[in-house]
Design a protein around this ligand. Structure first.
Ligand SMILES: O=C(O)CCC(=O)C(=O)O
Ligand SMILES: [Fe+2]
Length: 355
């Protein structure tokens, strides 16, 4: 009897999910998660989740009283050492800019394949439009398409991958990048203060040329959300990641249970990643997260990865190492590269930095 033939992964990855949906193709073999592993608690998506909310303005504003600031810092420390993330409000980015960045992202993905493919990456590359590079055998593929661009430092931008349409894409992204640098500065300082450290210590580890990469994710609706994930479970390899989403779908894992990040188009989700776990000597957690697919709605998210500058060594802050808490991580350099090797195999990489 002839077996059903499934195209090789390289062929599937050279095809966009959006295109498959347009042609009425079903999510087949390589997209399906292994049984019992991933897509299980669909009802979670309806949960109102207790994800902590932090008012960034209260952490830094000169109009906040010392008491209020201390309370918010304590909330921040607690959020990052348990959840590893928080919904950030009071971040100072206007609703109109948040709206614009979502709008240009949506317009980009709405264009015909021919237009988007002008920015297509090859199957093995990372930057550009397409799917993540070929995962190793046995990994399920993600039911999403993405555009990945380095946005800072400016001299590392590869403008050939930056969409020329919609016409305002570049200007809006440049503006959003500036604001993200500001949010990263406020957040890095507050995180240091929440641990009673000198406020610039994390910023110094990240370095003046700290990198920002933007990942525009487009999750097409999927007829079999019970079988397929928008994005497989992973922890990020950056320092931390700042996410804007227009729809629910993102979940974080805490104490063995998945929690849905609520939809709040004015909030920015700040998610710790492995390098912040290392710098905080394991006090802050880099949570595993995933994105569910949805049969009714599509979803856009814009994730900004804030990563130490190229070639910079980072490690646990000295004052976070003591008798009660010995050094848990080694000094690492360009950890994001190691992370990528493991990500392709669907594995975490933080153990490579553990002592
Ligand atoms: O789509 C999201 O909300 C999260 C995306 C994500 O985890 C990532 O791009 O690493
Ligand atoms: Fe992620």
């Amino acid at each position: 009897m002839a077996a059903i033939s499934v195209p090789p992964v390289e062929v599937l990855l050279s095809k966009r999910v959006q295109e498959m949906v347009l042609h009425g193709e079903e999510p087949l073999g390589p997209y399906i998660c292994r049984r019992g592993e991933d897509v299980d608690e669909k009802e979670d998506i309806k949960d109102t989740s207790p994800i902590p909310i932090i008012d960034l303005n209260r952490l830094s504003s000169s109009t906040t009283s010392d008491k209020e600031r201390e309370e918010e810092l304590e909330k921040l420390r607690s959020a990052l050492s348990t959840w590893g993330c928080f919904q950030g409000i009071g971040h100072g980015i206007s609703a109109s800019l948040l709206d614009k960045i979502q709008q240009v992202s949506r317009e980009f993905f709405k264009q015909p394949m021919e237009e988007k493919n002008k920015y297509a990456k090859s199957v093995v590359e990372f930057e550009g439009y397409g799917a993540d590079p070929v995962p190793e055998q046995g990994q399920s593929l993600d039911w999403s398409d993405r555009l990945f661009l380095q946005v800072f430092p400016e001299d590392r931008r590869k403008y050939n991958f930056w969409p020329q349409l919609p016409i305002s894409f570049r200007e809006v992204l440049e503006h959003y990048t500036e604001k993200m640098k500001m949010v990263a500065e406020i957040t890095s300082k507050a995180m240091a203060r929440s641990l009673k450290l000198e406020e610039n210590c994390f910023l110094e580890q990240f370095g003046k040329q700290a990198q920002l990469h933007a990942r525009f994710n487009y999750y097409s609706p999927c007829q079999r959300p019970d079988l397929v994930l928008g994005l497989k479970p992973h922890a990020d390899g950056s320092g931390y990641t700042i996410i804007l989403q227009d729809e629910v779908g993102l979940q974080v894992l805490k104490d063995g249970k998945w929690y849905t990040i609520p939809k709040d188009p004015t909030a920015l989700l700040v998610l710790m990643a492995d390098q912040m776990e290392i710098m905080s000597n394991g006090i802050f957690k880099s949570p595993v997260h995933r994105v569910l697919s949805n049969s009714e709605r599509d979803r856009i998210s814009i994730a900004m990865f804030y990563t130490p500058e190229v070639g910079k060594e980072i490690g646990p802050e000295d004052s976070l190492v003591n008798e009660d808490r010995p050094k848990m991580y080694k000094t690492v350099k360009d950890y994001a590269d190691t992370h990528m090797e493991f990500y392709r195999r669907g594995e975490r990489s933080i153990h490579t930095a553990q002592i």
